[in-house]
Design a protein around this ligand. Sequence first.
Ligand SMILES: Cc1ncc(C[n+]2csc(CCOP(=O)(O)OP(=O)(O)O)c2C)c(N)n1
Ligand code: SF4
Ligand SMILES: [Mg+2]
Length: 354
Amino acid sequence: MTYHLPAFRHPHSPPNSAGHTYRDYEGVISTLCAGCGHDSISAALVQTCYELSIEPHQVAKLSGIGCSSKTPNYFLGYSHGFNAVHGRMPSVATGANLANPNLLYLGVSGDGDTASIGMGQFVHAIRRNLNITYLVENNGCYGLTKGQPSATADHNSPNKSGEINEHISVDLCGLALQLGCGYVARGFSGDKKQLIPLLKGALTYKGFAFVDILSPCVTFNNHAESSKSYDHIRAHAVMMGELDFVPAYEEIVVESAPRKVQRVQLHDGSSVFLYKTGDDDIDLSDATAALNFLRTHIDSGHITTGLLHCNGAGLELHQTLNTSETAFNQLSEKELCPGNQVLQQINHSLSVIR
Ligand SMILES: Cc1ncc(C[n+]2csc(CCOP(=O)(O)OP(=O)(O)O)c2C)c(N)n1
Ligand code: SF4
Ligand SMILES: [Mg+2]
């Protein structure tokens, strides 16, 4: 069943620089449980895309299966969307991206969808540096199938019925860093102020941008002993510093700010700024330092949030494969069918034994 928002628009709802109002970035009414962290992430995405003045029809939303993977229905109602099979979103995204490099790809997944059944796909999409913003709405359980612990459930953390998780958990940020992902961040659905700049940086990044978002499941994994509950995350989060994002078209005025500001320039000229808060803050371009930072804090029971790593290096998949910059559906017949002589040359080049 789909519940649509009323078409009524507030007369004073201001348009952004693309001429769209906030309402143009919303989707249908959510059917998730009231208080689910995933809904807060959808709201953050609506605000992010509105503030970045993204053209909704230039976005392709892709997801797998799970409560988290349902959420693309609840934002960017005028965008393209594909709800794939469980764990298979990265390969659908790869195919779509190769067919049309000119859309903004946004993948939304869950910890079950990514860290279990979709692990192989996730890992290879990072290795290939697919140009996508990949979000995991991480609640440490399979919400849709009634709360079984997922691969990101913390070691020794009990589920709602008191059963202890005896397995080591997968830290998706650590894995992404280890695989060479160029943009790695962790947010919390309950902290929009931090989450929105992280999303802006990810959507502007050219290449694989990964954001792991802690997103409590209020129905199955928000009890007092859960390490993925609102209370636990609030009590144990270690923020990497305050974050700001300045789009390319806005004047940058923070460069003369105190010495503890780290600026990372993105490909389109936009910048992400990290205002350092602690002595142990790391250099954002150093993936090894980020990995060590994560490990140290995991060992002491803390949850690191914020921008962990951002570098401008690396070719994204299209650049590596040297593929057409024009979408397949924009290529003319002449380009798609270059003629017999060209085909003969290709065949000949393949048949030469060296
Ligand atoms: C091939 C396949 N195996 C199992 C399932 C059952 N299933 C549906 S959603 C899900 C897990 C979802 O967990 P997660 O990705 O963390 O999403 P959440 O609901 O927690 O947001 C599972 C195992 C399925 N739909 N397809
Ligand atoms: S079951 Fe959990 S993850 Fe799914 S909608 Fe409800 S609160 Fe959210
Ligand atoms: Mg989950």
